[in-house]
Write a protein that binds this ligand. Structure first.
Ligand SMILES: Cc1ncc(COP(=O)(O)O)c(C=O)c1O
Length: 385
């Protein structure tokens, strides 16, 4: 029998610690390995398969579009891209009127940073400690964690870091050269740290007073993950740009920046070959229509509350704190999380860490209550030991 795991280990640039599991198929919340073993997937490819694996509406759209037109440069218009852009404008606040389509979260952050510098003619950015915005040079420069940047310096200059949810500290760093403030509404990779409404409202007011752009990175939180279409909706604010990716096209690689008319770009100042290709746009359109038709926002909110209720009853002195918003769940432990992730995998549940001590669950928003109960039983079993 072919050892796919070994082949990948041998031939990959060594960047991932492999989990010794070869996944070959998936359906909604379930995935199967090469030996036919079933798992409930609470990783969803780092929050991508929010509508479940191989969501039938998305699959249908991809199949149809693949037979029609897969690629179409931004120099031409395209029916699916036009409809998809219209959809993004419809589901975002009224002040957001322009869309840039790309292929990943880091690319969306890169674009937003360039748009901010070009449109404001200022160079500085203020970002939060314990954030994560991606691995490319601009996005990496906006990311705090020194371990990610060490060995790749010099990174792009102009980034300052302040504690998350501390308005006075942020305000003290603002200067005449601050182009934008870039924040996640919930810090996903940093440990599922929830943003506070009052903080975000204060930041919004400060940006208005000082003519600074507010960029919200919704790459992980967007598209109903937190019980709202976008997490900033919990704060009653309107950002100047939002960065999107992960769940936006039902699993097909895609990213976007949705911008207000404060962003004024010119042809040639940024670009992409694959961004906005009709295949991804068709998938994205089907994904958002599915979210709207199935009221995925409210499913996410209700299931999140259900999980929190059950998790709160778990008796385990290993747990320091549980943080939850919609179906974004972080269980902070008093010890390293990795052995518990491995134990859950043995029990048929795939979970991911968020930093060294946080067990993160990002199940599909379409997961059934029965499957949630299975996951919760296993979490109880593993943490209770
Ligand atoms: C908030 C946030 N921004 C940006 C990124 C980078 O996205 P990508 O891995 O698609 O480049 C991530 C990835 O985890 C993320 O969580």
């Amino acid at each position: 029998m072919i050892d796919y795991n070994q082949i990948e280990i041998e031939h990959s640039v060594h960047l991932f610690n492999k989990r010794d599991l070869v996944l070959v198929s998936g359906k909604n919340a379930k995935v199967w390995d090469v030996d036919g073993r079933e798992y409930i997937d609470c990783t969803t490819g780092q929050g991508v398969a929010s509508l479940g694996h191989s969501n039938p509406a998305v699959v249908k759209a991809i199949r149809e579009q693949a037979g029609k037109l897969i690629t179409c440069s931004g120099s031409f218009s395209n029916d699916k891209r036009a409809l998809f852009m219209q959809k993004l404008i419809d589901i975002t606040p009224d002040n957001l009127t322009q869309v840039f389509l790309c292929n990943s979260g880091a690319e969306s952050v890169e674009a937003a940073l360039k748009f901010a510098r070009f449109s404001t003619k200022k160079t500085g950015f203020i970002c939060a400690m314990r954030n994560f915005h991606g691995r490319t040079f601009g996005a990496l420069s906006a990311t705090f964690t020194p371990a990610y940047k060490k060995d790749f310096e010099p990174v792009v200059p102009g980034f300052q870091f302040v504690p998350y949810n501390d308005f006075e500290k942020l305000k003290s760093q603002v200067s005449d050269d601050t182009a934008a403030i870039l924040l996640e509404a919930v810090q996903g990779e940093g440990g599922v740290n929830l943003g506070q409404k009052e903080y975000f409202q204060q930041v919004r007011r400060l940006c208005d007073e000082k003519n600074i752009l507010l960029i919200i990175d919704e790459v992980q939180t967007g598209f109903c993950r937190t019980g709202r279409m976008f997490a900033f909706e919990h704060f009653d604010i309107q950002p100047d740009m939002i960065c999107l990716a992960k769940a936006m096209a039902g699993g097909v690689p895609m990213g976007a920046v949705v911008c207000s008319d404060k962003i004024k770009m010119k042809p040639g100042k940024h670009g992409t070959t694959f961004g906005g290709n009709p295949l991804a746009c068709a998938a994205g359109l089907a994904a958002i229509e599915f979210m709207q038709k199935e009221n995925i926002e409210s499913q996410s909110e209700k299931k999140g509350k259900y999980i929190l209720g059950k998790l709160s009853q778990i008796k385990s002195n290993r747990i320091r704190e549980i943080r939850q918003i919609g179906l974004m769940i972080g269980i902070e432990l008093k010890e390293k999380v990795q052995p518990f992730i491995a134990a859950l995998q043995k029990e048929g549940v795939l979970a991911i860490p968020a930093g060294p001590t946080v067990l993160r669950l990002l199940p599909p928003l379409t997961i059934s209550y029965e499957e949630l109960d299975f996951v919760l039983d296993k979490v109880q079993q593993v943490l209770g030991k």
